[in-house]
Design a protein around this ligand. Sequence first.
Ligand code: ATP
Ligand code: MG
Length: 339
Amino acid sequence: MSDSPVSHHSPDKPSEAADTAEPASPQQQKQMEAQFQQMKRQMAMKKIAEDIKHKIMVLSGKGGVGKSTVATGLAISLADQGLAVGLMDIDITGPNIPKMMGLTGQRLHVEDGRIYPNIGHGGVKVISMAFLLEDEDTPVVWRGPIKLGAIQQFIADVEWGKLDHLIIDFPPGTSDEPLTVAQSLPDIDGIVIVTTPQEVALLDSRKSISFAKTLNVPVLGVVENMSGYTIRGSAEPNSSMTVKGPSGVDIDVDVDAEGNWSATLDIFKVGGGKTTAEKLNVPFLGALPFDPGVVRGGDDGVHRIIAEPKGESAKAFEIVVESITSQLGGEEEDTLRII
Ligand SMILES: Nc1ncnc2c1ncn2[C@@H]1O[C@H](COP(=O)(O)OP(=O)(O)OP(=O)(O)O)[C@@H](O)[C@H]1O
Ligand SMILES: [Mg+2]
């Protein structure tokens, strides 16, 4: 080793600078590696943002109001229109999208450090932490930073390919997860807020709307789920009939070619989602009825809009999807920003 502080480069001799440099401490090496990984991830996020035309987050203030059901229905409806759709389950402690998409027990395919989504109904590309769990019944307890790192990795390392829409489902509340996604993934088109008609859920959805503003992501609107109750039955195919609803209200019903009919009764307080949306100056996207078939669909992995494409729930979903896509605009148009 040379004593001189200046290293003289000779063509025959390797530079002494390399020899004299202090080797990085394990701590520094770890930091450098972490910075490198972070940089790689940021580049990957940028590419993903470019490859995916529209990114939609589905949030709610309260748990169990139907976020995953709405996210899944949205993904399937868009795929039915021939669009390339991805569905990402960010609920990493209680992931249930795979079950709803009929993908229970599937594993992820990893090649060259890239994660390949599983393919669900209608060709929807699905990513969920459930695909990594050994045992789907054992809850995973993630410590804060690990959880957020896992989410970033889940976004950046997934090979989505080119997508028209990516729907992102979250755990309930204004937690770290949506913040991490909004900070990591550029150009999120907007947030769909799911609520139920009860006052408590509506109050919580107000919080979600102000949370969306702090995230600086536009609110695409509010969906009122479990609004009214759908009954069904069978009768003479292609006939019409009248069903007596609550308070003696007559409901006209058309029986389909297979002899099935369904009607939605307003037995709960309905319309709170619409009022909340109007008060807070965000669009109302539509109301989805309480439909016992939705519960079965969630459990057996066949969404109502697949099992009964002409049923009340499917029709209600169509309105919600239409309200969302009309805001996103066409290929060339700019997304309408609401905040
Ligand atoms: N419109 C509906 N009619 C009947 N049941 C519904 C409806 N929407 C959702 N459900 C049922 O309610 C339960 C909760 O729905 P879901 O899992 O979609 O809610 P979530 O908001 O994602 O819950 P979490 O906060 O736990 O993630 C499920 O069993 C689902 O099948
Ligand atoms: Mg959920």
